[in-house]
Ligand binder design. Structure first.
Ligand code: HEM
Length: 275
C-alpha cells in the first residue's frame, strides 16, 4: 500500500507532463499543415502570376487592393509583402522544429536572422500598405492589423536581443511569442473560417470586417494565441498536475478549432487558388 501511495504522484506528474507536451505537438502539426496550405496558395497564385508577369492577375483572388494600374510603388510593395509572406511563414515553422535546432544550430542561427529581418519587412510593408496605400475595409480592421504589425516589430527585436545575449530561456519565450504574432494574419483567416462554420454562416460579421464578431476575431487573432501560449508556459513550469491538465485541455481545444478553421480555409478560401 505504502509503495503504491509513493509511486502514484510520480506517474501522474510524468504522464500529465507528456500529455501537455503532446497537446502542444498536436496543435503544432495541425498548424503546420494549415500554414503549408497558406504557403502553397501564395506560391501557386501570387508567385505564379508574378513570375509570368501577369500582375493584374493578382486580383483574380478576392483582395482589397492588389494590382493598380500606374501605381508602381504600391504594386512593388504589394509584391514584396505577398511574396515574402510565403518565406516568413515557412521560416517560422522551420525555426520551431526541435530537430533543426539540435542537429544544425548554425542553420538555426542563420535562418533566425533572416526570419527576423523578413518579419520586420512584413510588418513595415504591411503598415505602409494599410496607411499609405489606404488598403483596409474599416478603420477598426486597420487598427487591429497595425497593432499586430507593431507587436511583430517588438517581439522580433526582443527575441533577437535575447539570442545575442545568449539568454536562451528568455529567447525561447520571445521567439515563440514572435512566431504567434508573425502568424497573426494566418490565425485571422483560420479563425474567420472556424467562426463561419461554428456559427452557421458568420454570425456578427459584415463585409467591412467591423461587426462584433469581426472585431473580436481580428484582435483575438494574436491576443488569444499569446494568452494560450502564456498559460502553456506557466503550466510547463507548474508542479501542479491540475494546472497541466487544464492547459493540455485548452491546447487540445485550440487544436480542434484550428483543425476546423484550416479545413474551412482550404475548402472555401485558398483551395481554388492552390491549383
Ligand atoms: C508576417 C505576417 C504577415 C503575413 C504572413 C501576411 C500575408 C499577407 C498575404 C498572403 C496577403 C495577400 C492577401 C491574401 O491573399 O490573403 C497580404 C496582404 C496584405 N497585408 Fe499582410 N501579412 C502579414 C503582416 C501584415 C501586417 C502586420 C499588416 C499591416 C500592418 C499587413 C497588411 C496587409 C495589407 C494591407 C494587405 C493587402 C490586403 C488586400 O489588398 O486585400 N500584413 N498579407
Amino acid at each position: 500500500m505504502e509503495t503504491v501511495k509513493r509511486a502514484s504522484p510520480t506517474v501522474t506528474a510524468s504522464s500529465v507532463e507528456g500529455l501537455l507536451r503532446r497537446s502542444g505537438l498536436a496543435w503544432f502539426v495541425i498548424a503546420a499543415v494549415g500554414q503549408g496550405a497558406f504557403i502553397w496558395m501564395i506560391v501557386a497564385h501570387y508567385g505564379r502570376k508574378t513570375f509570368i508577369g501577369d500582375l493584374a492577375g493578382w486580383n483574380d483572388k478576392p483582395i482589397i487592393k492588389g494590382y493598380v494600374s500606374g501605381d508602381h510603388a504600391g504594386n512593388l510593395m504589394f509584391a514584396i509583402h505577398v511574396l515574402l509572406a510565403a518565406v516568413v511563414t515557412l521560416g517560422g515553422l522551420l525555426q520551431l522544429v526541435p530537430a533543426v535546432r539540435r542537429r544544425a544550430p548554425a542553420l538555426h542561427r542563420w535562418t533566425g536572422r533572416v526570419f527576423f529581418i523578413i518579419a520586420y519587412v512584413m510588418a513595415l510593408s504591411g503598415l505602409w500598405l494599410t496607411w499609405e496605400r489606404h488598403t483596409y475595409l474599416s478603420l477598426i480592421s486597420a487598427i487591429s492589423v497595425s497593432a499586430n504589425g507593431v507587436l511583430i516589430l517588438i517581439f522580433a527585436t526582443l527575441a533577437w536581443r535575447t539570442a545575442i545575449a545568449r539568454d536562451w530561456v528568455s529567447h525561447r519565450r520571445w521567439a515563440m511569442r514572435a512566431f504567434m504574432v508573425v502568424n497573426g494574419v494566418w490565425f485571422l483567416r483560420v479563425a474567420i473560417m472556424a467562426w463561419v462554420l461554428m456559427s452557421g454562416g458568420g454570425l456578427g460579421m459584415n463585409r467591412t470586417l467591423s461587426g462584433p464578431a469581426d472585431i473580436g476575431l481580428q484582435f483575438g487573432s494574436y491576443v488569444i494565441p499569446l494568452i494560450v501560449l502564456e498559460l502553456y508556459f506557466r503550466a510547463q513550469q507548474s508542479t501542479s498536475p491540475a494546472v497541466k491538465y487544464r492547459a493540455a485541455g485548452l491546447v487540445i481545444g485550440m487544436a480542434v478549432i484550428t483543425a476546423l478553421g484550416v479545413a474551412g480555409a482550404i475548402s472555401f478560401m485558398w483551395g481554388a487558388y492552390m491549383i
